[in-house]
Design a binder for this molecule. Structure first.
Ligand SMILES: [Zn+2]
Length: 440
């Protein structure tokens, strides 16, 4: 379902205006006005919120009880304001993913599925108007200078969504690339497209940097945008040195558009889109976890939603002059890549998001997982499952899912170990769900 261009343009202009003029008390008043309106709407139309926020004064919205992904998914049917049932939405989303149909809708709403950073699957529902608002806003925040001719954008992601197809029009020529297609094919297509902006997970951008160094990739984008995985400083430095262009970031999840890099390269919280409250982590030495209130979404209201991400906030203001807070680092997402052998005997990289889905889509009963690869073609899978669930059934489902995924990507079967229970993680250590500990 294509959004009409008018709301996109309207939100593009409004987002520009807010970025320039909303600051200080004005920004706080804006957040409060939007939050109160969203909360009132949620209370009126979503039975979950009516009960959850009963007895709380709207004016104290910054102190209201929090929710998280488990709460949202457990109460999905009454959490959204349209009465969309979880089973129906999940069925549509899973079917779409299997059939690689990227425009699934329920009651005219786009439905999407994400495994999310916390490892639990989240379902999202957005209306065409919300999509238009998102598209207009993200264009306003990522296109820092109006181009003389349309920018060509190459966007690598695992599964497309019609959410992304909305971005375009006169500003952009948008081309979607499947993250799992062989690198040589992507390189050939990029050489043909010659994108101005290259968007993808940093692990994929790293492969393209290698291809550039080897002289295979001839496309010379003027900017890279990292999405979907942690962009570690050494990756960023390497990408910038190989491509000789800035690497920016979009920090977005099921729960909303959280942060986008400005022209100066700082990852600014989108304070006019989400009210992000930073809760200090015990013993985290300045690290915080975000509690997010989306100031716009009415279909699936996100009110005081606790994310599992670990962030470090910047203490110095940005050189660009924007007062929107800056995220110094997103620490909490895994970014290792595992390798399996193709039938032709080559090493094939599997990106963390693929690995995560490969495990989590096998069973709804998996509550937590860790993957360790010590050598190519081997994988040790550690699972925590819902209480009173027969582990053998889940282990079998996971083995089947891994086998099917490897088969789907023309790889030889892997040697798998599936174990119940998680590995001990030393306190304070960075949590990495996917780890490649040996040589590729
Ligand atoms: Zn800035």
């Amino acid at each position: 379902m294509a959004a009409s261009p008018l709301p996109v343009i309207r939100h593009f202009l409004l987002a520009h205006w807010r970025w320039r003029f909303l600051r200080g008390e004005r920004l706080e008043r804006f957040q409060t006005r939007r939050a109160e309106s969203i909360i009132a709407h949620a209370r009126h139309h979503a039975p979950f919120y009516r009960a959850h926020l009963a007895g709380h004064d709207l004016r104290d919205w910054r102190q209201m009880p929090t929710i998280d992904k488990q709460t949202m998914m457990a109460h999905f049917d009454t959490f959204n304001t349209q009465g969309v049932r979880r089973a129906e939405a999940m069925g549509v989303a899973l079917r779409a993913e299997q059939q690689r149909d990227f425009a699934p809708t329920v009651k005219g709403l786009t439905v999407g599925l994400s495994s999310g950073t916390s490892g639990h699957r989240g379902l999202f529902l957005v209306s065409p108007l919300e999509q238009a608002a998102w598209a207009g806003t993200i264009l306003a925040r990522t296109i820092h200078h109006l181009p003389r001719k349309p920018l060509r954008v190459a966007f690598f992601l695992r599964s497309n969504s019609n959410l992304y197809e909305q971005v375009g029009g006169r500003l952009l020529h948008f081309r979607y690339f499947d993250l799992m297609q062989p690198l040589a094919d992507s390189v050939a297509a990029l050489n043909h497209l010659r994108p101005d902006i290259l968007v993808g997970p940093p692990s994929l951008l790293g492969f393209l940097a290698e291809a550039l160094r080897r002289g295979e990739l001839q496309a010379r984008p003027s900017r890279l945008i990292s999405v979907a995985e942690v962009l570690e400083p050494q990756d960023k430095a390497r990408l910038e040195s190989v491509f000789e262009v800035p690497v920016h970031q979009i920090y977005q999840c099921t729960e909303g558009l959280l942060a986008v890099s400005c022209a100066a390269g700082s990852l600014h919280i989108q304070e006019d889109i989400v009210a992000l409250q930073a809760e200090p982590l015990p013993g985290g030495e300045g690290r915080v976890t975000p509690i997010v209130t989306d100031l716009w979404r009415q279909i699936q209201p996100i009110i005081r939603y606790r994310l599992n991400d670990v962030l470090q906030l910047e203490t110095e203001p940005c050189a660009c002059g924007s007062p929107y807070r800056v995220i110094h680092a997103i620490e909490g997402r895994c970014d290792d890549i595992c390798y399996f052998e193709t039938r032709a005997g080559e090493a094939r990289p599997f990106f963390p998001d693929t690995l995560r889905r490969m495990v989590l889509l096998a069973s709804q009963e998996i509550s937590e997982y860790q993957l360790v690869q010590e050598r190519q073609g081997h994988l040790c899978i550690h699972l925590e499952v819902a209480p009173h669930t027969p582990f053998d059934d889940i282990a079998r489902a996971v083995q089947q899912s891994v086998a099917a995924t490897l088969e789907g990507y023309d790889c030889r079967p892997a040697t798998l170990i599936v174990e119940q229970g998680l590995l001990h993680v030393p306190s304070g250590a960075k949590r990495r769900r996917v780890q490649r500990v040996g040589p590729g």
